[in-house]
Design a protein around this ligand. Sequence first.
Ligand code: PEP
Length: 251
Amino acid sequence: MKKLMAANWKMFKTHEEGVATAHELVQLVSGRLPDDREMLVIPPFTLLHGVGQVLAGHKGMLLGGENFYPADQGAFTGEICPDQLLDLGCTFALAGHSERRHILGETDDFVGRKVAFGLEKGLAVILCIGETIEERRQGRVEEVLFRQLDKGLSGVTRAVDPDRMVVAYEPVWAIGTGEVAGPEEIIQAHGVVRSRLVNLLGETGNNIRILYGGSVKPDNCASILALDNVDGVLVGGASLKAESFSRIVLA
Ligand code: PEP
């Protein structure tokens, strides 16, 4: 299983800044990326074309979208469809990032529709899940992860290509806070996710990558990657600078 090292640039960077960062990243990572690793850059939509052109042709360097709407096309002002992402060279897209769930009100059911639709259209989809600090304090981590997985994967079958289905465990309290989950918390949550994936999808569930996200930095990445059932990372803040993201990618 190849480790997936993903950068989520969120709503940062002008076109010029994004292209410059991508060039720098390629310079720092090119020729050093092990065969068992993939680097995925997920920039805002306005940068997909420019960043895609820089990454194109570099082995193991992939492009993804931060979001998409589950329809072929149509009157959905402000939205973007899977075909438009594929058209610009995206192979991956996020679904259900916590900022979309909590700021924009995306529900588990809607996220599930996106996952199924994105897969059907040919994207690889990263389903993001994770509990809030209140849910953790109430001892509800497992319940929340089960619900988000069950609904998020409701349209996914055992026949899914495991290379095109990824789950990112991102505890909401660790995103952008500098507070990384401890090793025991990560092992526990990833174990819960793995066993639910196997319950839902049989043997296929063992081959689906589970990423950790939440304040990953160059100096904590290697130890997180070494934990059971951690098959990559999803990085926000520390992915914005090529120098720090390249150190994460090569950690
Ligand atoms: C994220 O946006 O998915 C994320 C994990 O952000 P950060 O690395 O900044 O916590």
